[in-house]
Ligand binder design. Structure first.
Ligand code: NAD
Length: 299
């Protein structure tokens, strides 16, 4: 019913932010990341997280957990109840790391992977105890955004997913169970479709990156944040609701939907164009500064 100790394997953008969420919920964290700057990077992410939590007017936080850095995966996962893998998005690398975690972890420990799109069945293939493995896909900043998509593979037990959902709630997370595994799960599939259209709009000079971001953040971004897609459009359907909305707008969307399948060629010229526009938009800020602006807005 409670996480006493968490282990984070991989402490980059996502692993560092997972560590911050656990620590600020009062849970001790053992981190393993071979990067020479791992201590500094995780420390900076934690400082941003503490600053964000300090701005939230909520019940006093429990005393912060203790962060330690381990010299090996085996050492990190000792006695951990929840082990979160957040190493780079490469199947073979993740499989190897997960096999090491699996061999050293306590049999009752839960093992979650932060993967943004790899299938849990592929990730758990070489594990001796694959039933306690699942995808726990978070959204950055993990310490502020509540969602974690919970996805089981063919060998994941139902008990594991149920337990993960309960434990996620103890660290303030909304564990949404995805019924079937599919590449990129639910959130990133939606974002992939948005990305594809955004690339066309930039390539064809319809707008620049700053205009596109403003269109999202001053309009449906705000609506989505409080009601999602379907409830928003139920309201758009007026008193007759969703069926009326679909009857009215469905036929108008048939034609554009058929166009939304072409994939833009992400060649050097387009990468350079997006990179230059993005630099002009916010290149004057350092990454930690941008993270602080984001966190303040989210709070
Ligand atoms: P990152 O490159 O910032 O961090 C990866 C870290 O893993 C690095 O610090 C690296 O030193 C470390 N690492 C490499 N090999 C390792 C090993 N054998 N053992 C332990 N640590 C090792 O990447 P990231 O953006 O944090 O992504 C990590 C995972 O999280 C990926 O699976 C990614 O798909 C997923 N994810 C990323 C985001 C995002 O917005 N960046 C969001 C959700 C999920």
């Amino acid at each position: 019913t409670k996480i006493n100790k968490a282990a984070c394997v991989g402490g980059g953008v996502i692993g560092g932010a997972w560590a911050a969420r656990f620590l600020l919920a009062g849970i001790d964290v053992s981190m393993y990341d071979p990067h020479p700057e791992a201590t500094r990077i995780v420390g900076e992410v934690l400082a941003n997280a503490e600053r964000a939590y300090g701005m939230l007017t909520m019940a006093p936080l429990p005393p912060r957990g203790t962060l330690s850095f381990a010299k090996s995966i085996e050492e990190a996962v000792q006695d951990a109840d929840w082990i979160q893998e957040s190493v780079p998005e490469r199947l073979e690398l993740k499989r190897g790391v997960l096999t090491q975690i699996d061999a050293a972890a306590s049999p009752s420990a839960l093992i979650g992977s932060s993967t943004s799109g790899l299938m849990p069945t592929d990730l758990q293939r070489d594990m001796k105890h694959p039933e306690r493995f699942f995808v726990a896909h978070p959204y950055n900043p993990v310490y502020l955004l509540p969602l974690v998509e919970l996805v089981g593979g063919q060998k994941t037990s139902k008990e594991t997913i149920a337990k993960a959902k309960k434990l996620a709630a103890t660290i303030g997370m909304e564990g949404v169970v995805i019924a079937k595994e599919i590449e990129a799960f639910v959130g990133d599939r939606l974002l992939e479709a948005l990305w594809r259209e955004a690339l066309w709009l930039i390539q064809d000079d319809i707008c620049d990156t700053e205009t596109l971001d403003n269109v999202i953040r001053y309009s449906f971004g705000m609506r989505w944040a409080q009601m999602g897609l379907f409830e928003t459009y139920r309201i758009a359907g007026g008193e007759a609701g969703m069926r009326h909305f679909l009857a009215q707008f469905g036929p108008c969307l048939q034609w554009p939907w058929t166009k939304f399948t072409d994939v833009v060629d992400l060649d050097d010229a387009l990468v350079d164009k997006i990179g230059s526009q993005s630099d002009a938009q916010s290149g004057a800020y350092g990454i930690r500064e941008l993270e602080r602006i984001r966190d303040e807005n989210l709070v």
